[in-house]
Ligand binder design. Sequence first.
Ligand SMILES: Cc1ncc(C[n+]2csc(CCOP(=O)(O)OP(=O)(O)O)c2C)c(N)n1
Ligand SMILES: [Mg+2]
Length: 540
Amino acid sequence: MQRMKGGHAVAAALKTEGIDHVFGIVGTHDSPLFDGVFGDDAIRVISVRHEQGAALMAAGYARASGKIAACFVVPGPGLTNALTGMGMAHSESAPMLVFGGQNALPQLEREGGHFHELANSLAVAASVCGYVTRVSAPEDIPRVIREAVRAMRCKRPRPAYIEVPLDVQNGEADISPLPPETYGRPGGDPASIARAAEALKSAKRPFIFAGGGVENAEATQPLARVAELLGAPVVTSVFGRGAISDRHPLALGDGWGRLTLYDELLDEADLVLVVGSRIDVVSDVNVGARFPDRIVQVDIDPLTVGRRRPVEVGVVGDAAAVLTALAAQLGGKDRDCWFDAADFRRRKHASLVQRAGAVLTLIEDLRAALPDDTIFVDDLTLVGYWMPMLMETYLPRTLIHPGTYGTLGYSLPAAIGARLACPKQPVVSISGDGGFLFTMQELATARAENLDLIALVFNDNAFGAIRQYQDRMFGGRHIGSELVNPDFVKLGEAFGAKSVRVEARDIGAAVRRAHDAGGLWLIEVPFAPAGPAQMVPWMP
Ligand SMILES: Cc1ncc(C[n+]2csc(CCOP(=O)(O)OP(=O)(O)O)c2C)c(N)n1
Ligand SMILES: [Mg+2]
Protein backbone atom coordinates (compact mmCIF):
# COMPACT_ATOMS: atom_id res chain seq x y z
CA MET A 1 0.00 0.00 0.00
CA GLN A 2 1.40 3.35 -0.99
CA ARG A 3 0.03 6.87 -0.77
CA MET A 4 0.01 8.36 -4.26
CA LYS A 5 -1.94 10.54 -6.66
CA GLY A 6 -4.17 9.08 -9.35
CA GLY A 7 -1.78 10.16 -12.11
CA HIS A 8 1.05 8.26 -10.47
CA ALA A 9 -1.18 5.25 -9.90
CA VAL A 10 -1.79 5.09 -13.67
CA ALA A 11 1.98 5.09 -14.30
CA ALA A 12 2.53 2.38 -11.70
CA ALA A 13 -0.22 0.17 -13.16
CA LEU A 14 1.13 0.62 -16.70
CA LYS A 15 4.47 -0.71 -15.51
CA THR A 16 2.81 -3.66 -13.78
CA GLU A 17 1.16 -4.49 -17.12
CA GLY A 18 4.49 -4.19 -18.97
CA ILE A 19 3.38 -1.13 -20.93
CA ASP A 20 6.37 1.06 -21.66
CA HIS A 21 5.27 3.49 -24.42
CA VAL A 22 2.85 6.39 -24.09
CA PHE A 23 1.73 8.45 -27.10
CA GLY A 24 -0.10 11.68 -26.48
CA ILE A 25 -0.47 15.43 -26.19
CA VAL A 26 -0.40 17.38 -22.94
CA GLY A 27 -3.18 19.71 -21.86
CA THR A 28 -4.61 20.91 -18.61
CA HIS A 29 -6.89 17.90 -18.46
CA ASP A 30 -4.26 15.16 -18.77
CA SER A 31 -1.28 16.89 -17.16
CA PRO A 32 -1.41 14.83 -13.95
CA LEU A 33 -1.25 11.68 -16.11
CA PHE A 34 1.87 13.01 -17.85
CA ASP A 35 3.30 14.11 -14.52
CA GLY A 36 2.90 10.54 -13.30
CA VAL A 37 5.38 9.30 -15.91
CA PHE A 38 7.72 12.29 -15.58
CA GLY A 39 11.35 11.25 -15.28
CA ASP A 40 10.44 7.56 -15.33
CA ASP A 41 13.02 5.66 -17.39
CA ALA A 42 10.71 2.67 -17.68
CA ILE A 43 8.16 4.57 -19.77
CA ARG A 44 9.01 6.30 -23.05
CA VAL A 45 6.72 9.24 -23.73
CA ILE A 46 6.21 10.14 -27.38
CA SER A 47 4.80 13.62 -27.70
CA VAL A 48 2.92 13.66 -31.01
CA ARG A 49 1.52 16.47 -33.16
CA HIS A 50 -2.13 15.42 -33.37
CA GLU A 51 -4.09 12.90 -31.30
CA GLN A 52 -5.04 10.95 -34.44
CA GLY A 53 -1.30 10.36 -34.78
CA ALA A 54 -1.09 9.08 -31.20
CA ALA A 55 -3.79 6.47 -31.73
CA LEU A 56 -2.44 5.45 -35.13
CA MET A 57 1.04 5.09 -33.64
CA ALA A 58 -0.36 2.86 -30.91
CA ALA A 59 -2.14 0.84 -33.61
CA GLY A 60 1.04 0.42 -35.67
CA TYR A 61 2.96 -0.41 -32.51
CA ALA A 62 0.50 -3.20 -31.70
CA ARG A 63 0.30 -4.54 -35.25
CA ALA A 64 4.09 -4.75 -35.53
CA SER A 65 4.71 -6.34 -32.15
CA GLY A 66 1.51 -7.53 -30.46
CA LYS A 67 2.42 -5.23 -27.57
CA ILE A 68 0.06 -2.75 -25.93
CA ALA A 69 0.86 0.97 -25.87
CA ALA A 70 -0.99 3.69 -23.99
CA CYS A 71 -2.27 7.07 -25.20
CA PHE A 72 -2.91 10.12 -23.03
CA VAL A 73 -5.38 12.61 -24.50
CA VAL A 74 -7.44 15.53 -23.28
CA PRO A 75 -11.21 15.06 -23.32
CA GLY A 76 -13.45 16.55 -26.00
CA PRO A 77 -11.29 17.29 -29.05
CA GLY A 78 -8.39 15.13 -27.83
CA LEU A 79 -10.71 12.14 -27.69
CA THR A 80 -12.52 12.90 -30.95
CA ASN A 81 -9.17 13.41 -32.71
CA ALA A 82 -7.97 10.05 -31.41
CA LEU A 83 -11.16 8.25 -32.43
CA THR A 84 -10.07 7.76 -36.05
CA GLY A 85 -6.97 5.88 -34.94
CA MET A 86 -8.99 3.93 -32.39
CA GLY A 87 -11.48 3.05 -35.14
CA MET A 88 -8.62 1.71 -37.24
CA ALA A 89 -7.35 -0.38 -34.33
CA HIS A 90 -10.86 -1.67 -33.66
CA SER A 91 -11.27 -2.82 -37.26
CA GLU A 92 -7.87 -4.50 -37.30
CA SER A 93 -8.15 -6.16 -33.86
CA ALA A 94 -5.25 -4.19 -32.40
CA PRO A 95 -5.09 -3.44 -28.66
CA MET A 96 -4.34 -0.02 -27.13
CA LEU A 97 -5.09 1.64 -23.83
CA VAL A 98 -6.39 5.18 -24.28
CA PHE A 99 -6.58 7.38 -21.19
CA GLY A 100 -8.78 10.43 -21.54
CA GLY A 101 -8.68 13.27 -19.09
CA GLN A 102 -12.01 14.68 -17.96
CA ASN A 103 -13.41 17.55 -15.94
CA ALA A 104 -13.73 16.87 -12.25
CA LEU A 105 -16.59 14.56 -11.28
CA PRO A 106 -18.85 17.31 -9.85
CA GLN A 107 -18.60 19.21 -13.15
CA LEU A 108 -19.76 16.39 -15.38
CA GLU A 109 -22.84 16.12 -17.59
CA ARG A 110 -24.17 19.54 -16.80
CA GLU A 111 -23.78 21.28 -20.16
CA GLY A 112 -22.20 24.04 -18.15
CA GLY A 113 -19.75 25.22 -20.77
CA HIS A 114 -16.83 23.51 -19.07
CA PHE A 115 -13.62 23.35 -21.08
CA HIS A 116 -13.36 20.30 -23.39
CA GLU A 117 -16.88 19.29 -22.41
CA LEU A 118 -18.22 16.46 -24.58
CA ALA A 119 -21.58 14.96 -23.73
CA ASN A 120 -21.64 11.18 -23.52
CA SER A 121 -17.92 10.79 -24.06
CA LEU A 122 -18.07 7.17 -22.94
CA ALA A 123 -20.73 6.39 -25.54
CA VAL A 124 -18.62 8.17 -28.17
CA ALA A 125 -15.62 5.99 -27.32
CA ALA A 126 -17.66 2.81 -26.98
CA SER A 127 -18.26 2.47 -30.71
CA VAL A 128 -14.54 1.87 -31.32
CA CYS A 129 -13.57 0.10 -28.10
CA GLY A 130 -13.89 -3.30 -26.48
CA TYR A 131 -13.79 -1.82 -22.97
CA VAL A 132 -14.86 1.63 -21.76
CA THR A 133 -15.11 3.05 -18.28
CA ARG A 134 -14.77 6.17 -16.17
CA VAL A 135 -12.75 5.89 -12.98
CA SER A 136 -14.43 7.51 -9.99
CA ALA A 137 -11.73 7.09 -7.33
CA PRO A 138 -7.92 6.85 -7.45
CA GLU A 139 -7.89 3.56 -5.56
CA ASP A 140 -9.86 1.94 -8.43
CA ILE A 141 -7.12 2.64 -10.99
CA PRO A 142 -5.11 -0.63 -10.73
CA ARG A 143 -8.28 -2.75 -10.96
CA VAL A 144 -9.69 -0.83 -13.94
CA ILE A 145 -6.44 -1.03 -15.88
CA ARG A 146 -6.23 -4.75 -15.09
CA GLU A 147 -9.75 -5.30 -16.43
CA ALA A 148 -9.01 -3.35 -19.60
CA VAL A 149 -5.81 -5.29 -20.27
CA ARG A 150 -7.47 -8.58 -19.46
CA ALA A 151 -10.19 -7.80 -22.01
CA MET A 152 -7.64 -7.23 -24.78
CA ARG A 153 -5.36 -10.11 -23.79
CA CYS A 154 -7.97 -12.81 -23.18
CA LYS A 155 -10.44 -11.92 -25.93
CA ARG A 156 -10.27 -10.44 -29.41
CA PRO A 157 -7.86 -7.50 -28.99
CA ARG A 158 -9.55 -4.12 -29.17
CA PRO A 159 -8.83 -0.58 -27.92
CA ALA A 160 -9.91 0.34 -24.40
CA TYR A 161 -10.88 3.82 -23.23
CA ILE A 162 -10.38 4.75 -19.60
CA GLU A 163 -11.55 8.19 -18.58
CA VAL A 164 -9.90 9.70 -15.54
CA PRO A 165 -11.50 12.92 -14.24
CA LEU A 166 -9.15 15.62 -12.98
CA ASP A 167 -10.10 15.18 -9.34
CA VAL A 168 -9.26 11.46 -9.66
CA GLN A 169 -5.96 12.21 -11.45
CA ASN A 170 -5.03 14.67 -8.68
CA GLY A 171 -6.64 12.88 -5.76
CA GLU A 172 -4.40 11.08 -3.28
CA ALA A 173 -5.21 7.68 -1.89
CA ASP A 174 -3.59 4.62 -0.38
CA ILE A 175 -3.15 2.43 -3.42
CA SER A 176 -2.21 -1.22 -3.51
CA PRO A 177 -0.55 -2.34 -6.71
CA LEU A 178 -1.87 -5.63 -8.12
CA PRO A 179 0.52 -8.53 -8.59
CA PRO A 180 1.40 -9.12 -12.27
CA GLU A 181 -0.98 -11.51 -14.00
CA THR A 182 -0.26 -14.03 -16.73
CA TYR A 183 -3.11 -13.64 -19.17
CA GLY A 184 -4.46 -16.82 -20.64
CA ARG A 185 -6.52 -17.09 -23.79
CA PRO A 186 -9.17 -19.79 -24.00
CA GLY A 187 -7.63 -22.97 -25.39
CA GLY A 188 -10.82 -24.23 -27.06
CA ASP A 189 -13.27 -26.87 -25.95
CA PRO A 190 -11.60 -30.31 -26.27
CA ALA A 191 -14.73 -31.97 -27.69
CA SER A 192 -14.97 -29.34 -30.47
CA ILE A 193 -11.27 -29.71 -31.21
CA ALA A 194 -11.70 -33.48 -31.51
CA ARG A 195 -14.61 -33.02 -33.91
CA ALA A 196 -12.59 -30.51 -35.91
CA ALA A 197 -9.72 -33.00 -36.17
CA GLU A 198 -12.11 -35.73 -37.38
CA ALA A 199 -13.60 -33.41 -40.00
CA LEU A 200 -10.14 -32.42 -41.22
CA LYS A 201 -9.01 -36.05 -41.42
CA SER A 202 -12.06 -36.97 -43.48
CA ALA A 203 -11.42 -34.24 -46.06
CA LYS A 204 -9.71 -35.26 -49.30
CA ARG A 205 -8.98 -31.81 -50.67
CA PRO A 206 -8.81 -29.35 -47.75
CA PHE A 207 -7.34 -25.87 -47.80
CA ILE A 208 -6.76 -23.27 -45.10
CA PHE A 209 -7.93 -19.66 -45.07
CA ALA A 210 -5.82 -17.69 -42.58
CA GLY A 211 -6.57 -14.19 -41.26
CA GLY A 212 -4.89 -11.64 -39.01
CA GLY A 213 -5.88 -13.62 -35.93
CA VAL A 214 -3.06 -16.05 -36.73
CA GLU A 215 -0.44 -13.34 -36.24
CA ASN A 216 -2.28 -11.95 -33.21
CA ALA A 217 -2.10 -15.36 -31.57
CA GLU A 218 1.56 -15.95 -32.59
CA ALA A 219 0.22 -19.05 -34.33
CA THR A 220 2.26 -19.07 -37.54
CA GLN A 221 4.24 -22.20 -36.65
CA PRO A 222 1.30 -24.40 -35.65
CA LEU A 223 -0.55 -23.13 -38.73
CA ALA A 224 2.24 -24.29 -41.02
CA ARG A 225 2.38 -27.60 -39.15
CA VAL A 226 -1.36 -28.26 -39.59
CA ALA A 227 -1.09 -27.31 -43.28
CA GLU A 228 1.77 -29.81 -43.75
CA LEU A 229 -0.04 -32.60 -41.91
CA LEU A 230 -3.14 -32.05 -44.02
CA GLY A 231 -1.32 -31.33 -47.29
CA ALA A 232 -3.52 -28.26 -47.40
CA PRO A 233 -2.58 -25.13 -49.36
CA VAL A 234 -2.94 -21.86 -47.45
CA VAL A 235 -4.71 -18.77 -48.77
CA THR A 236 -4.66 -15.69 -46.56
CA SER A 237 -6.82 -12.63 -46.12
CA VAL A 238 -5.23 -9.22 -46.58
CA PHE A 239 -4.66 -9.02 -42.82
CA GLY A 240 -3.24 -12.51 -42.66
CA ARG A 241 -0.40 -11.96 -45.12
CA GLY A 242 2.21 -12.78 -42.49
CA ALA A 243 0.40 -15.93 -41.33
CA ILE A 244 2.61 -18.09 -43.54
CA SER A 245 5.85 -17.29 -45.30
CA ASP A 246 5.58 -16.92 -49.07
CA ARG A 247 8.60 -19.25 -49.19
CA HIS A 248 6.53 -22.08 -47.69
CA PRO A 249 5.67 -24.61 -50.43
CA LEU A 250 1.98 -24.56 -49.43
CA ALA A 251 1.56 -20.76 -49.43
CA LEU A 252 -0.72 -19.37 -52.15
CA GLY A 253 -0.72 -15.70 -51.09
CA ASP A 254 -3.84 -13.69 -50.49
CA GLY A 255 -7.03 -14.23 -52.39
CA TRP A 256 -7.66 -10.56 -53.04
CA GLY A 257 -8.43 -9.27 -56.49
CA ARG A 258 -10.86 -11.89 -57.73
CA LEU A 259 -8.15 -13.72 -59.63
CA THR A 260 -9.97 -16.46 -61.50
CA LEU A 261 -6.99 -18.65 -60.73
CA TYR A 262 -8.30 -19.17 -57.20
CA ASP A 263 -11.54 -20.56 -58.61
CA GLU A 264 -9.77 -23.82 -59.47
CA LEU A 265 -8.85 -24.26 -55.83
CA LEU A 266 -12.25 -23.18 -54.56
CA ASP A 267 -14.15 -25.41 -56.98
CA GLU A 268 -12.12 -28.53 -56.21
CA ALA A 269 -11.68 -28.17 -52.44
CA ASP A 270 -14.03 -30.19 -50.23
CA LEU A 271 -13.32 -28.44 -46.90
CA VAL A 272 -11.86 -25.16 -45.68
CA LEU A 273 -10.29 -24.56 -42.29
CA VAL A 274 -10.80 -20.86 -41.51
CA VAL A 275 -8.48 -19.54 -38.79
CA GLY A 276 -8.48 -16.06 -37.26
CA SER A 277 -10.58 -14.38 -39.94
CA ARG A 278 -13.98 -12.77 -39.79
CA ILE A 279 -14.12 -13.25 -43.60
CA ASP A 280 -14.69 -9.56 -44.11
CA VAL A 281 -16.65 -8.29 -47.08
CA VAL A 282 -13.59 -8.04 -49.34
CA SER A 283 -12.47 -11.59 -48.48
CA ASP A 284 -16.01 -12.77 -48.98
CA VAL A 285 -16.35 -11.22 -52.44
CA ASN A 286 -13.02 -12.65 -53.47
CA VAL A 287 -12.99 -16.14 -52.01
CA GLY A 288 -15.44 -16.59 -49.14
CA ALA A 289 -18.54 -16.69 -51.32
CA ARG A 290 -17.13 -19.76 -53.06
CA PHE A 291 -15.97 -21.63 -49.98
CA PRO A 292 -16.94 -25.31 -49.98
CA ASP A 293 -19.93 -26.28 -47.85
CA ARG A 294 -17.76 -28.01 -45.28
CA ILE A 295 -16.23 -25.31 -43.06
CA VAL A 296 -14.24 -25.71 -39.86
CA GLN A 297 -13.72 -22.33 -38.20
CA VAL A 298 -11.35 -21.43 -35.37
CA ASP A 299 -11.56 -17.99 -33.79
CA ILE A 300 -11.03 -16.28 -30.45
CA ASP A 301 -14.25 -14.33 -30.96
CA PRO A 302 -17.44 -16.38 -30.47
CA LEU A 303 -19.43 -13.88 -32.55
CA THR A 304 -17.16 -14.51 -35.54
CA VAL A 305 -17.58 -18.28 -35.64
CA GLY A 306 -20.35 -19.13 -38.06
CA ARG A 307 -21.21 -15.50 -38.68
CA ARG A 308 -20.60 -15.36 -42.42
CA ARG A 309 -21.28 -19.01 -43.31
CA PRO A 310 -22.71 -21.96 -41.38
CA VAL A 311 -19.90 -24.12 -40.04
CA GLU A 312 -19.63 -27.88 -39.67
CA VAL A 313 -17.42 -27.43 -36.61
CA GLY A 314 -16.63 -24.19 -34.78
CA VAL A 315 -13.92 -23.85 -32.15
CA VAL A 316 -13.77 -20.72 -30.00
CA GLY A 317 -10.22 -20.34 -28.79
CA ASP A 318 -6.71 -19.06 -29.21
CA ALA A 319 -5.43 -19.98 -32.66
CA ALA A 320 -2.02 -21.14 -31.39
CA ALA A 321 -3.53 -23.39 -28.73
CA VAL A 322 -6.21 -24.85 -31.01
CA LEU A 323 -3.87 -25.42 -33.97
CA THR A 324 -1.28 -27.04 -31.71
CA ALA A 325 -3.97 -29.39 -30.34
CA LEU A 326 -5.19 -30.13 -33.86
CA ALA A 327 -1.66 -30.91 -35.04
CA ALA A 328 -1.27 -33.40 -32.17
CA GLN A 329 -4.52 -35.12 -33.10
CA LEU A 330 -3.79 -35.19 -36.84
CA GLY A 331 -0.47 -36.79 -35.94
CA GLY A 332 1.31 -39.16 -38.26
CA LYS A 333 3.21 -37.81 -41.18
CA ASP A 334 2.72 -35.05 -43.69
CA ARG A 335 0.24 -35.68 -46.47
CA ASP A 336 1.11 -34.82 -50.05
CA CYS A 337 -0.66 -31.70 -51.19
CA TRP A 338 -3.56 -32.46 -53.55
CA PHE A 339 -3.06 -29.11 -55.28
CA ASP A 340 -0.06 -28.10 -57.40
CA ALA A 341 0.90 -25.04 -55.37
CA ALA A 342 4.18 -24.37 -57.20
CA ASP A 343 2.49 -24.34 -60.57
CA PHE A 344 -0.29 -22.14 -59.15
CA ARG A 345 2.28 -19.60 -57.94
CA ARG A 346 3.98 -19.52 -61.35
CA ARG A 347 0.68 -18.93 -63.11
CA LYS A 348 -0.39 -16.35 -60.55
CA HIS A 349 2.80 -14.40 -61.09
CA ALA A 350 2.37 -14.48 -64.86
CA SER A 351 -1.19 -13.21 -64.49
CA LEU A 352 -0.08 -10.42 -62.15
CA VAL A 353 2.59 -9.34 -64.66
CA GLN A 354 -0.26 -8.86 -67.13
CA ARG A 355 -2.57 -7.23 -64.68
CA ALA A 356 -0.37 -5.06 -62.46
CA GLY A 357 2.65 -4.48 -64.72
CA ALA A 358 4.42 -1.35 -63.48
CA VAL A 359 3.19 -1.69 -59.89
CA LEU A 360 4.47 -5.27 -59.71
CA THR A 361 7.92 -4.24 -60.95
CA LEU A 362 8.04 -1.43 -58.40
CA ILE A 363 7.02 -3.67 -55.50
CA GLU A 364 9.46 -6.39 -56.56
CA ASP A 365 12.23 -3.78 -56.66
CA LEU A 366 11.33 -2.69 -53.12
CA ARG A 367 11.35 -6.31 -51.93
CA ALA A 368 14.73 -7.03 -53.48
CA ALA A 369 16.31 -3.88 -52.06
CA LEU A 370 15.43 -4.42 -48.40
CA PRO A 371 15.96 -7.17 -45.81
CA ASP A 372 13.35 -9.86 -45.20
CA ASP A 373 12.37 -8.39 -41.83
CA THR A 374 11.49 -4.95 -43.23
CA ILE A 375 8.07 -3.81 -42.00
CA PHE A 376 5.99 -2.23 -44.77
CA VAL A 377 3.08 -0.06 -43.62
CA ASP A 378 0.48 0.77 -46.27
CA ASP A 379 -1.93 3.61 -46.73
CA LEU A 380 -5.02 3.72 -48.93
CA THR A 381 -3.06 4.49 -52.05
CA LEU A 382 -2.86 2.69 -55.39
CA VAL A 383 0.48 1.10 -54.57
CA GLY A 384 -0.71 0.32 -51.03
CA TYR A 385 -3.83 -1.46 -52.28
CA TRP A 386 -1.67 -3.74 -54.36
CA MET A 387 0.84 -4.48 -51.62
CA PRO A 388 -0.89 -7.45 -49.96
CA MET A 389 -1.21 -9.16 -53.31
CA LEU A 390 2.13 -8.27 -54.84
CA MET A 391 4.62 -8.01 -51.96
CA GLU A 392 6.28 -11.29 -51.03
CA THR A 393 6.04 -11.59 -47.24
CA TYR A 394 8.31 -13.85 -45.25
CA LEU A 395 7.76 -13.01 -41.59
CA PRO A 396 4.75 -12.36 -39.37
CA ARG A 397 3.77 -8.74 -38.75
CA THR A 398 5.89 -7.38 -41.60
CA LEU A 399 3.08 -6.27 -43.90
CA ILE A 400 0.76 -3.88 -42.13
CA HIS A 401 -2.25 -2.98 -44.22
CA PRO A 402 -4.83 -0.51 -42.89
CA GLY A 403 -7.96 -1.99 -41.41
CA THR A 404 -11.41 -1.86 -42.93
CA TYR A 405 -12.22 1.42 -41.16
CA GLY A 406 -10.00 2.76 -43.92
CA THR A 407 -8.67 6.19 -43.04
CA LEU A 408 -6.27 8.03 -45.27
CA GLY A 409 -3.14 9.09 -43.42
CA TYR A 410 -2.76 5.77 -41.63
CA SER A 411 0.67 4.89 -42.86
CA LEU A 412 3.13 7.45 -41.49
CA PRO A 413 2.02 7.42 -37.84
CA ALA A 414 1.44 3.64 -37.88
CA ALA A 415 4.97 3.23 -39.29
CA ILE A 416 6.36 5.41 -36.49
CA GLY A 417 4.61 3.15 -33.98
CA ALA A 418 5.98 0.06 -35.74
CA ARG A 419 9.53 1.40 -35.63
CA LEU A 420 9.25 2.24 -31.92
CA ALA A 421 7.98 -1.29 -31.23
CA CYS A 422 10.61 -2.97 -33.42
CA PRO A 423 13.71 -0.76 -33.35
CA LYS A 424 15.88 -3.39 -35.03
CA GLN A 425 13.68 -3.78 -38.11
CA PRO A 426 13.72 -1.40 -41.09
CA VAL A 427 10.34 0.31 -41.51
CA VAL A 428 8.93 1.73 -44.75
CA SER A 429 5.77 3.82 -44.91
CA ILE A 430 3.87 3.78 -48.20
CA SER A 431 1.55 6.75 -48.86
CA GLY A 432 0.01 8.62 -51.74
CA ASP A 433 0.24 12.38 -52.04
CA GLY A 434 -3.35 12.69 -50.80
CA GLY A 435 -3.06 10.45 -47.76
CA PHE A 436 0.36 11.77 -46.77
CA LEU A 437 -1.03 15.26 -46.15
CA PHE A 438 -3.55 13.88 -43.66
CA THR A 439 -0.85 13.12 -41.06
CA MET A 440 2.47 14.40 -42.45
CA GLN A 441 3.01 16.57 -39.36
CA GLU A 442 4.12 13.40 -37.58
CA LEU A 443 7.40 13.73 -39.50
CA ALA A 444 8.16 16.16 -36.65
CA THR A 445 7.59 13.35 -34.15
CA ALA A 446 9.82 10.95 -36.10
CA ARG A 447 12.50 13.64 -36.23
CA ALA A 448 12.21 14.47 -32.53
CA GLU A 449 12.58 10.78 -31.67
CA ASN A 450 15.52 10.34 -34.07
CA LEU A 451 13.81 7.44 -35.80
CA ASP A 452 15.20 5.61 -38.78
CA LEU A 453 12.26 5.55 -41.16
CA ILE A 454 11.67 5.67 -44.89
CA ALA A 455 8.50 7.49 -45.97
CA LEU A 456 7.64 6.79 -49.59
CA VAL A 457 5.16 9.20 -51.17
CA PHE A 458 3.70 8.12 -54.50
CA ASN A 459 2.64 11.32 -56.15
CA ASP A 460 0.08 11.49 -58.93
CA ASN A 461 -1.24 14.91 -57.87
CA ALA A 462 -4.59 13.28 -57.27
CA PHE A 463 -6.77 11.21 -55.05
CA GLY A 464 -5.88 8.75 -57.75
CA ALA A 465 -7.95 5.76 -56.66
CA ILE A 466 -11.04 7.95 -56.55
CA ARG A 467 -10.16 9.60 -59.85
CA GLN A 468 -10.03 6.13 -61.38
CA TYR A 469 -13.35 5.36 -59.74
CA GLN A 470 -14.80 8.52 -61.33
CA ASP A 471 -13.37 7.42 -64.69
CA ARG A 472 -15.01 4.09 -64.32
CA MET A 473 -18.34 5.01 -62.75
CA PHE A 474 -18.96 8.62 -63.77
CA GLY A 475 -17.54 8.83 -67.28
CA GLY A 476 -14.44 10.75 -66.26
CA ARG A 477 -16.30 13.60 -64.52
CA HIS A 478 -13.48 14.39 -62.08
CA ILE A 479 -14.65 16.35 -59.08
CA GLY A 480 -12.55 16.88 -55.97
CA SER A 481 -10.01 14.29 -57.03
CA GLU A 482 -7.25 16.46 -58.54
CA LEU A 483 -4.81 17.97 -56.10
CA VAL A 484 -2.51 20.97 -55.95
CA ASN A 485 0.37 19.74 -53.83
CA PRO A 486 3.26 21.26 -51.94
CA ASP A 487 6.81 20.51 -53.08
CA PHE A 488 7.31 17.25 -51.16
CA VAL A 489 11.11 17.46 -51.18
CA LYS A 490 11.04 20.94 -49.64
CA LEU A 491 8.34 19.81 -47.24
CA GLY A 492 10.45 16.88 -46.07
CA GLU A 493 13.51 19.09 -45.74
CA ALA A 494 11.57 21.57 -43.65
CA PHE A 495 10.90 18.74 -41.19
CA GLY A 496 14.57 17.74 -41.20
CA ALA A 497 14.06 14.59 -43.28
CA LYS A 498 16.58 13.68 -45.95
CA SER A 499 14.39 14.24 -48.96
CA VAL A 500 14.71 13.19 -52.59
CA ARG A 501 12.53 12.76 -55.65
CA VAL A 502 13.25 9.64 -57.69
CA GLU A 503 11.70 7.97 -60.70
CA ALA A 504 9.85 4.71 -60.10
CA ARG A 505 12.52 2.74 -61.98
CA ASP A 506 15.15 3.93 -59.45
CA ILE A 507 13.18 3.10 -56.32
CA GLY A 508 15.25 0.04 -55.40
CA ALA A 509 18.52 1.97 -55.37
CA ALA A 510 16.92 4.88 -53.52
CA VAL A 511 15.52 2.84 -50.64
CA ARG A 512 18.73 0.84 -50.40
CA ARG A 513 20.71 4.07 -50.08
CA ALA A 514 18.29 5.39 -47.46
CA HIS A 515 18.39 2.12 -45.53
CA ASP A 516 22.19 2.05 -45.54
CA ALA A 517 22.50 5.70 -44.51
CA GLY A 518 19.83 5.49 -41.76
CA GLY A 519 17.87 8.42 -40.41
CA LEU A 520 14.56 9.87 -41.51
CA TRP A 521 13.88 9.87 -45.26
CA LEU A 522 11.14 11.21 -47.45
CA ILE A 523 11.29 9.74 -50.94
CA GLU A 524 8.82 11.20 -53.41
CA VAL A 525 8.09 9.00 -56.41
CA PRO A 526 6.08 10.54 -59.25
CA PHE A 527 3.88 7.60 -60.15
CA ALA A 528 0.50 7.51 -61.81
CA PRO A 529 -0.53 3.98 -62.62
CA ALA A 530 -3.36 4.37 -65.10
CA GLY A 531 -5.71 2.27 -67.16
CA PRO A 532 -7.65 -0.87 -66.40
CA ALA A 533 -4.52 -2.98 -65.98
CA GLN A 534 -3.55 -0.90 -62.95
CA MET A 535 -7.03 -0.62 -61.48
CA VAL A 536 -7.13 -1.13 -57.74
CA PRO A 537 -8.07 -4.71 -56.99
CA TRP A 538 -11.49 -3.98 -55.46
CA MET A 539 -12.65 -1.64 -58.23
CA PRO A 540 -15.94 -2.78 -59.80
C1 LIG B 1 -10.59 9.82 -44.04
C2 LIG B 1 -10.83 9.44 -45.45
N1 LIG B 1 -11.40 10.32 -46.32
C3 LIG B 1 -11.62 9.96 -47.60
C4 LIG B 1 -11.30 8.72 -48.06
C5 LIG B 1 -11.63 8.31 -49.50
N2 LIG B 1 -10.42 7.96 -50.27
C6 LIG B 1 -10.00 6.68 -50.43
S1 LIG B 1 -8.67 6.53 -51.38
C7 LIG B 1 -8.60 8.19 -51.66
C8 LIG B 1 -7.54 8.76 -52.53
C9 LIG B 1 -6.17 8.66 -51.93
O1 LIG B 1 -5.27 9.48 -52.65
P1 LIG B 1 -3.73 9.29 -52.48
O2 LIG B 1 -3.36 9.16 -51.06
O3 LIG B 1 -3.05 10.36 -53.24
O4 LIG B 1 -3.46 7.89 -53.15
P2 LIG B 1 -3.69 7.50 -54.69
O5 LIG B 1 -5.05 6.88 -54.77
O6 LIG B 1 -3.60 8.76 -55.50
O7 LIG B 1 -2.61 6.54 -55.03
C10 LIG B 1 -9.65 8.85 -50.99
C11 LIG B 1 -9.91 10.31 -51.03
C12 LIG B 1 -10.70 7.84 -47.12
N3 LIG B 1 -10.36 6.59 -47.41
N4 LIG B 1 -10.46 8.23 -45.85
MG1 LIG C 1 -2.41 10.35 -55.22
